[in-house]
Design a protein around this ligand. Structure first.
Ligand SMILES: *Cc1c(COP(=O)(O)O)cnc(C)c1O
Length: 411
């Protein structure tokens, strides 16, 4: 028998979404007439915009013709997309990022996990609580942690809480760090890191020769011009940060699959014996060895968001989701609930009333209103007493869900 990677046995069997599924299924079986509205899962609902569809159709036609057919492209992505990303997402905002520092991939979920391939196992790793579970689970799989404790925390990781008490701004931890995960706009809390807060994290990373993994999957949802959209807006970040971006939430690509990771050539790591190494070279080696590029058709579609027409169209879709978020925020505030997020992110993070736990609130919302959300405690111990509602929905569903909450929710 082959030996397996024992680290996988340290993982909790996927708990949060299966448990939600189990409870919803049981409720639906008992109440077959109930029209359940799902506001739990972080997936987009609106179709791809016409500019993207036109670009993808054109690319399909090119693939159908011997003269314009394309086989393997560069593993790192086509120049037309890498250049558009560097120009529109970074250089136009004053960020010094070159096209060859952009690595096109099939998703940020994979990239945030795969990045651990090029780092060692003795790093002190900082995550927030609540947290996007991928960051924790991929560290467990990589053998960077001990087993999970009774709070579901991976032993060895440093958790910094994000709660209403600190305005969802994680405090710089005591002691040193080597790897820091930050997600802004944040999933699940819908909060963002201010320029001031992000500047402090960059300073801390530089003092410690640490790297920040900055997940900006929801960057397109920022409307407040004072909030950084990229970590590279902070001076010095080129020496201490890798940024993850995705077309999933920006352009409805959750089912199409396209994302990118930025690794500046000025970012250094060290060997066991203390020599400096360019992290860029390692990531390039990994990416070109273990990945064979995103399909031409997909990259052609992604590039369409950098045209004026494409940009206007995706902005309209984002505006639709953000109006949903506003309706959710205002409806719940009118019911005297404490709500956070939903202003520069498509998630509303509400404080459950009184002493109600996240799961008790889930059950009340499901049984009284037939609305499904996500218990905050599923994202970490500090998420207990909170609840996530997603703005990814039709207007009709959002209005109906808010009406039911107003008329039927008893807590
Ligand atoms: C949705 C999401 C992503 C994007 O993942 P893809 O694999 O690109 O679809 C990344 N990070 C967070 C926190 C997300 O919620």
């Amino acid at each position: 028998m082959p030996q397996i990677n024992d680290n996988y046995l340290k993982l909790k069997a996927g708990y949060l979404f299966p448990e939600i599924g189990r409870r919803v299924k049981a409720f639906a079986a008992e109440h077959p007439a109930a029209k359940i509205i799902r506001m739990g899962i972080g997936d987009v609902t609106e179709p791809l915009v016409p500019a993207i569809i036109a670009a993808m159709h054109k690319a399909v036609d090119e693939m159908a013709n011997r003269a314009t057919f394309k086989g393997y492209g560069d593993e790192q992505g086509y120049a037309f997309l890498r250049e558009a990303v560097a120009k529109h997402d970074f250089q136009s905002r004053g960020c010094d990022i070159a096209a060859d520092e952009v690595f096109i991939s099939d998703g940020s979920k994979c990239d945030t996990g795969n990045i651990l391939d090029i780092f060692g196992h003795e790093n002190r790793i900082v995550v927030t609580d609540p947290v996007y579970p991928v960051y924790v689970d991929t560290n467990v799989m990589a053998g960077n942690t001990g087993p999970l404790n009774e709070r579901g925390e991976a032993q060895g990781l440093v958790y910094v809480p994000m709660t209403a008490e600190n305005n969802f701004t994680p405090a710089i931890p005591a002691g040193k760090a080597d790897i820091i995960y930050l997600c802004s706009p944040n999933n699940p809390t819908g909060s963002t890191l201010s320029r001031e807060a992000l500047t402090k994290w960059v300073a801390y990373a530089r003092e410690n020769n640490a790297v920040i993994f900055f997940d900006a999957a929801y960057e397109a949802y920022i409307s407040d011009p004072t909030i950084p959209r990229s970590i590279y807006e902070i001076p010095g970040a080129r020496e201490c940060a890798i940024e993850f971006r995705s077309f999933s939430k920006t352009a409805g690509f959750t089912g199409v699959r396209c994302a990118f990771t930025v690794v500046p050539k000025t970012l250094k790591g060290r060997t066991k014996t203390g020599e400096e190494v360019e992290v860029y070279k390692l990531w390039n080696r990994r990416h070109t060895t273990k990945f064979n590029g995103v399909s031409y058709i997909t990259q052609a579609g992604a590039a369409a968001i950098y045209t004026q027409e494409g940009r206007q169209q995706i902005n309209a879709t984002i505006a639709h989701y953000m109006t949903n978020a506003k309706i959710i925020r205002e409806s719940l505030t009118a019911l005297n609930m404490k709500v956070y997020g939903g202003a520069n992110a498509p998630y509303v993070w509400l404080k459950t009333p009184g002493q109600t736990t996240s799961w008790q609130f889930f059950d009340q919302l499901l049984s009284h209103c037939h609305v499904v959300g996500t218990p905050g405690s599923g994202f970490g111990a500090a998420g207990e007493g909170y609840f996530r509602l997603s703005a990814f929905n039709s207007r009709e569903n959002v209005n109906e869900a808010m009406k039911r909450i107003k008329e039927q929710l008893k807590v």
